[in-house]
Design a protein around this ligand. Structure first.
Ligand code: BGC
Ligand code: MG
Length: 545
């Protein structure tokens, strides 16, 4: 086993998030302590030592609040309580206390764009009449057509189909996601006050930050204007414009008022409480507007995740991201996978090729300055599970579009010979999604202490990232090096100490010379002349002091 990272519990550094490695815990698939086949807070608590050994700085927990779980908890019915499926508030308190004692910070997921249809506010809205105060907290509208039988406009749900559902008295309500996720009216002062209070509720319980779900969505253009096309009229889905174009329901200027009100709340607590936006905007410049000393601390950059396996593609997104971070004065975020996207082993080609590339990409990401977000299981090299039986799939998008995010949400294999591989307690065979037989060899136990395993690669890289002067903190700007076609190479330095990261995307093995001694590699290097042969789809870090 690798040596534990040497650090004091919770370094008192307000800027911790600038260089942190944040591990995303998809709560229902991480670890199940009570044996019901669903991950829970006590399961996380029991696995905190694993996460500390892995060497991450913080955890982002996906929603564990009271919810009917129509969209995996992104449909919240009570923002101030834990769903019984995941435990209790006392479990949360115990978990965060232990996490902090181990030096791990906790980020929780805030879902402000919509509530669950089971939220008391929405129930009250349904029970009340059109035009009532209860309906004003949501976006109810009369339909078009002679009897109001057509939706108020042409907006489309991100999960497919119309973004409007009609209620018994004939009015329609807006839901940019599932009908069980009605959008809130963020021009309503009660909505604003409520969420400011929810922020304080979790800050008081000690959370170190928030991931803001659909952070670009809360304000809709006045008058709810049509987009002009949708899949019903032209066959083109509006969601194609995500991150590329303007939509009247996303990235409206007024949304920034909300974050300007939130920032002083975060700043009024000690210890560097932060917020990261899951935001989509037309241009990187518009995305950058969410970040700054008077708004949020970070926004996920999904360009790195979307980069294809080529030197040009990576180089371009890295350069753009670094340039932007200089402009906004906030560090870049790097993401390769999350609970909404196909796992990167599979995106990069699946099987052995995909795994090789995923390991190399990890070394690339972890050598870059900024904050890296890991998604649970990527440290094990887990692929997407592509062959889940349809009847087990739970993603609400699946029913509407045939696309499902369940394949990246399969429970983590921890140990043992039989599925679910230690996800649930000994002797318990339940797990809400089945793990494939091939995952036996990928479990935490199967990889721990095994030289060359993906888990040990991540551990080694995280330890070096934490301790190496050229990588630690925000030190060391990126300087690109000319290393031949198809080879990405850059160095970062602190004084005379230089760390060089080289990634071979060229399709043929290459000789790397002159960067010093290799300190970690995603595949075996062989010495050649004075240098080293870097295999196809491999990456390595070299050091010169
Ligand atoms: C979350 C998704 C969720 C959606 C609706 C997204 O950004 O990451 O998992 O389905 O928001 O809340
Ligand atoms: Mg459980």
């Amino acid at each position: 086993m690798t040596a534990a990272i040497n650090r004091t519990p919770l370094a008192s550094d307000d800027d911790w998030w600038r260089s942190a490695v944040v591990y995303q815990v998809y709560v229902r698939s991480f670890a199940d302590a009570n044996g019901d086949g669903v991950g829970d807070l006590q399961g996380i608590r029991e696995r905190l030592p694993y996460l500390r050994e892995l060497g991450v700085d913080a955890l982002w927990l996906t929603p564990f609040f009271t919810s009917p779980q129509i969209d995996g908890g992104y449909d919240v019915a009570d923002y101030r309580d834990v769903d019984p499926m995941f435990g209790t508030l006392a479990d949360f308190d115990a978990m965060i206390t232990d996490a902090h004692a181990l030096g791990l910070r906790i980020i929780v997921d805030l879902v402000p764009n919509h509530t669950s249809s089971a939220h008391p506010w929405f129930r009250a809205a349904l029970a009340a009449r059109p035009g009532s105060a209860e309906r004003e907290r949501y976006l109810f509208a009369d339909g078009k057509g002679e009897q109001g039988e057509l939706p108020p406009n042409d907006w489309e749900s991100i999960f497919g189909g119309p973004a409007w559902t009609r209620v018994a008295d004939g009015q329609w309500y807006l839901h940019l996601f599932d009908p069980a996720q009605p959008d809130l009216n963020w021009r309503h002062p009660e909505v604003r006050a409520e969420f400011e209070d929810v922020l304080r509720f979790w800050l008081d319980r000690g959370v170190d930050g928030f991931r803001i779900d659909v952070a670009h969505g809360m304000i809709k253009a006045e008058g709810l204007p049509d987009v002009g096309f949708n899949s019903m009229t032209t066959g083109r889905r509006q969601s194609e414009l995500l991150g590329k174009g303007r939509l009247p329901y996303f990235d409206q200027d007024e949304v920034h008022d909300i974050y300007r009100a939130w920032r002083p709340i975060l700043d009024s607590y000690p210890g560097g409480r932060m917020a990261v936006a899951e935001a989509w905007a037309e241009t990187p410049q518009r995305l950058a507007r969410y970040i700054g000393p008077d708004e949020l601390h970070q926004a996920f950059s999904f360009d790195f995740l979307d980069a294809t396996w080529s030197a040009d593609s990576f180089r371009k997104v890295i350069d753009t991201a670094l340039a932007e971070s200089t402009i906004v004065g906030a560090p870049t975020t790097w993401v390769l996978s999350n609970h909404d996207r196909q796992r990167h082993v599979t995106r990069y080609g699946d099987g052995e090729v995909g795994l090789r590339r995923a390991r190399a990409a990890a070394l690339l990401m972890l050598a870059l300055p900024g904050c890296a977000y890991l998604y649970q299981g990527e440290e094990l090299g887990l692929p997407e599970v592509l062959d889940l039986p349809d009847e087990l799939r739970q993603d609400p998008a699946f029913l509407r579009t045939g696309e499902s995010r369940d394949g990246c949400r399969v429970p983590i294999p921890w140990s043992g010979e039989l599925a679910p591989y230690g996800f649930s307690p000994e002797g318990c065979e339940l797990s809400w999604l089945p793990a494939p037989a091939t995952w036996r060899a990928l479990s935490v136990a199967a990889q721990t202490g095994v030289p060359g395993s993906t888990l040990e690669l991540y551990r080694a890289a995280l330890r070096i990232r934490h301790e190496h002067p050229a990588l630690a903190g925000t030190a060391g700007a990126v300087t690109w090096l000319e290393a031949g076609p198809g080879v990405l190479a850059f160095r970062r330095s602190a004084g005379d100490t230089v760390l060089t990261c080289a990634v071979n995307v060229s399709g043929a093995e290459v000789v790397i010379d002159g960067y010093g001694r290799p300190i970690v590699a995603s595949a075996e290097l062989t010495e050649q002349g004075g240098g080293h042969l870097l295999p196809v789809d491999a990456a390595a870090w070299f050091e010169r002091r």
